[in-house]
Ligand binder design. Structure first.
Ligand SMILES: [Zn+2]
Ligand SMILES: [Zn+2]
Length: 366
């Protein structure tokens, strides 16, 4: 087969507009309704095929790189290109179906951090289109049926002769009487006004997976609106938002929190029981714990998305210095101070870890 560019008489660098122009010029000259010669019909086919390939950026690129090509375009493509109209998709002939795929739907669902740890099953209510219970999507009153359109004889399309600069051209148009369906519904279903579907609030059980984050989307195939005329359902997209929690924040699958520890507990060490998101958590506060120390409890974070392993619970310690001391307490602390030979306040090495890590990893999340 000849090179597509040569067939259309354009250079390999031709723009989409130039290719279209070249095609229109050749089509006018070679269209079988205008030019009855055998040779013209053959050339018209080649020109159309070349145009089909080169007018589609993806196909053109593949062709330029010597790749395979899609099948020949049908006459539907030509009518579309030529008359800018077309209906029912390229190449399709005959009546179109009343059944169409339903629209996709999207809802946003708020979940708590507690629900995210292991995932949860939630009932979600959506306002959606469902199959009409009266006509079951047939669009007709029960006991009646669509009748063949007598304008187009059930073809869904009618021929029209157009007199143009280059002779008479026969074009196909959707039948105005039946809107291209080929049949007419004389008794539309009253409940759905002949649409085959009605709107309804529907409650759907949704498995909220563990480990989701704000912005995570779940696609439920067939969970969207039922199509007109009983067509297949679209999909339902659920976008999650994880609500703010006053105590716990999140770093991936790790849970972060802070723990207030008294000065004496920090000095002497102690054991504590905290209320975690999934029950009690035993924590050991070591002797000499400093403000900013992070205690990691392995496996008490969030269960990963489609995973059985859990992140960690990270607890940042904040040591509280007492502000109100009794006379006796003050005396005891002074005694302690005199027993120790602690250095007076002085400048230390700048600890990026203390300020940077703590602030960046924890408090930014809040
Ligand atoms: Zn109905
Ligand atoms: Zn008709």
């Amino acid at each position: 087969m000849a090179d597509h560019y040569e067939t259309l008489g354009v250079s390999r660098e031709a723009t989409a507009e130039e290719i279209k122009k070249a095609y229109r010029r050749l089509a006018r000259e070679l269209h079988p309704d205008v030019n009855p010669s055998e040779d013209a019909a053959e050339r018209f086919k080649n020109v159309t095929h070349a145009y089909d390939v080169l007018s589609d950026p993806e196909q053109r690129q593949r062709y330029d790189h010597g790749g395979g090509q899609a099948g020949m375009g049908g006459f539907g493509d030509i009518f579309e290109t030529f008359f800018g109209g077309g209906f029912g998709g390229s190449g399709q002939r005959g009546p179109r179906s009343r059944a169409e795929r339903g629209d996709d739907a999207m809802i946003r669902v708020d979940v708590t951090l507690e629900e995210v740890i292991f995932g949860v099953q939630r009932d979600i209510t959506v306002n959606t289109a469902v199959l009409c219970p009266t006509c079951q999507g047939s669009c007709c009153q029960p006991g009646t049926h669509p009748v063949t359109c007598d304008v187009c004889g059930g073809q869904g399309q009618v021929q029209r002769q157009v007199r143009s600069l280059f002779g008479n051209v026969v074009t196909m148009h959707p039948c105005g009487s039946c809107h291209g369906y080929g049949t007419v519904i004389e008794h539309p279903c009253v409940e759905c006004a002949g649409k085959g579907r009605v709107r309804e609030r529907r409650t759907i059980p949704v498995d909220v997976p563990s480990g989701i984050d704000t912005g995570t989307r779940l696609q439920m195939r067939g969970g969207g609106e039922v199509g007109p005329g009983g067509g297949p359902n679209g999909d339902l997209f659920i976008e999650f938002r994880v609500l703010h929690h006053d105590v716990f924040s999140r770093d991936g699958n790790d849970l972060l929190c802070t723990m207030q520890v008294s000065m004496t507990d920090a000095i002497l060490g102690t054991e504590a029981t905290l209320q975690g998101l999934d029950g009690e958590v035993g924590v050991e506060v070591a002797q000499g714990t400093q403000s900013g120390d992070v205690i990691t409890v392995r496996g008490r974070g969030i269960q990963g998305l489609r995973s059985t392993t859990r992140g960690d619970l990270k607890i940042a310690v904040q040591v509280n210095t007492p502000t109100k001391l009794s006379k006796r307490e003050q005396d005891l602390v002074r005694q302690l101070a005199s027993l120790r030979s602690d250095e007076p306040p002085h400048l230390g090495e700048f600890q990026q870890g203390f300020f940077g890590k703590l602030r960046d990893r924890f408090f930014r999340q809040g």
